[in-house]
Design a protein around this ligand. Sequence first.
Ligand SMILES: [Zn+2]
Length: 180
Amino acid sequence: MRLDEEEAIASMLEKALDPLVPYPGRTDLPWKARCMKCEAVLDPGLTLHNIRGPQGGCATCAERGIDPTRPGYLYLVVHDGYQALKWGIANIDQRLTQHVSQGWQVAARWNFELTGDAWALERQIKAWVRGQGVPRALTADQMKYGGHTETAYLTDISLALIQAYVVSLTDRNPEPPQTA
Ligand SMILES: [Zn+2]
């Protein structure tokens, strides 16, 4: 199947993939791209044939249950044992259940009509935190369900500070605690 380049790129963007090289010209050739959600580089990449299929897109994010076109949320969780916090986005509550099962506690969440709107914020938070020289707190090994790139030690940045930053970005307080 042949697609013109514009249509091909549109298919990538629809799945939140940012092409890093020109369209290879065929839907059965891998196309190197960066996931706009988790920023992983898919190298050599998925083929457009797969990307346009029902499971298309970044496998890591599919595992994390993130769909940009559905409602979702931005969350903050803290871990007493690690003395660390983590921010992230998701559109299914199971994501928080995964973290809670690993000892994280939900500190705050902000709901969004489109999970895509939460991405930009997630990336802004990361840029802001790392811009202050705050390193990642955890390694991939310590995060059974992934997401270690969005962690920081509470001694480097407090929960109150990061929450205030999100409030300043969204102009909204976190959702009231849920009684589940
Ligand atoms: Zn991804």
